[in-house]
Ligand binder design. Structure first.
Ligand SMILES: COc1cccc(-c2nc(Nc3cc(C)[nH]n3)cc3ccccc23)c1
Length: 281
């Protein structure tokens, strides 16, 4: 389908990302509300981000999952590239995290379970996200997780080539190791990042947060401590994800079956029973 700017009624700007602005828009003929991400070609050129945008378009437009932000289409004019994206009504997860400072365990467990489902879907299509962090997660109108920003995702297996900018906090040890391109890494990098994300949801800061040099050292040694207020089950899951050897990290299936996730996420009468008890009490 061919898209062009005249098809959209431009609403309020939602905010500014790294390489462009995002607007709330309505497609005129259908009345469909979505988000329009406007990227300026010359800024992309300087930032060397063209490949990432091309990758984001190619990968995200082929993904269909309730916890992955849809890319409906794209178009460009002489100066700009436009991405037509699903609108997530509750905005950026990391703003909610900063506002609430940390999430209660039941909420963190629901988010982790939805992230595991989204990553399982990606990995089945041999796609590694590689940039899992709160800044790349949006929340839908019902508070559901919408994984976005596939600019850093690749088809597995992959060996590191691009230089990495931005926070080091989420990088797994195998992506920090110097060495020839032979150190091919696998989709297990997303499991490490899921462990960092789980920790940050529950504690309010990343496990290896420090100066860049110290962060790299702590990551490469897997040095971190989980505060006492974190439940033993949650601590167990974090410890099983933040494992230096990628092959020894638990799988996404095991994440979904982990006692901490089951305790907070299993649907069905027990969960509704609990709700009804709490409402009736
Ligand atoms: C930097 O702050 C930014 C940047 C870009 C978007 C938002 C934002 N986004 C969305 N939803 C979105 C965004 C996309 C690509 N799909 N759905 C909702 C919001 C609600 C309140 C405030 C802000 C919001 C913020």
């Amino acid at each position: 389908k061919q898209f062009h700017l005249g098809m959209f009624e431009i609403g309020r700007p939602l905010g500014k990302g790294k390489f462009g602005r995002v607007y709330l828009v309505r497609e005129r003929s259908s009345g469909f509300v979505c988000a329009l991400k406007v990227l300026h070609k010359n800024e992309l050129k300087h930032g060397g981000a063209e490949t990432q945008v091309r990758r984001e378009i190619e990968i995200q437009s082929n993904l269909r999952h309730p916890n992955i932000l849809r890319l409906f289409g794209h178009f460009h004019d002489s100066k700009r590239i436009f991405l037509i994206l699903e609108f997530a009504g509750k905005g950026e997860l990391y703003k909610h995290l900063r506002r609430e400072s940390k999430f209660p365990e039941w909420k963190a467990a629901q988010y982790v379970a939805q992230m595991a489902a989204a990553l399982k879907y990606c990995h089945k299509k041999h796609i590694i996200h590689r940039d899992i962090k709160p800044e790349n997660i949006l929340l839908g109108i019902h508070g559901e997780i919408k994984l976005s920003d596939f600019g850093w995702s690749v088809h597995a297996p992959s060996n590191r080539r691009e230089t990495l900018c931005g926070t080091l906090d989420y990088l797994p040890p195998e992506m920090l190791k110097p060495g020839r391109d032979k150190n091919v890494y696998s989709n297990k990098v997303d499991l490490w990042s899921l462990g960092v994300l789980t920790y940050e949801f529950l504690v309010g800061e990343a496990p290896f947060e420090d100066t860049p040099v110290m962060t790299q050292r702590k990551i490469s040694r897997g040095e971190m401590t989980v505060p006492g207020f974190v439940s033993p089950e949650a601590k167990d899951l974090i410890k099983r994800l933040l494992v230096l050897d990628p092959e020894k990290r638990i799988s996404l299936d095991q994440v979904q079956e982990h006692p901490w996730i089951i305790k907070h996420c299993v649907k069905g009468e027990r969960a509704t029973m609990r709700e009804s008890k709490s409402t009736s009490s």
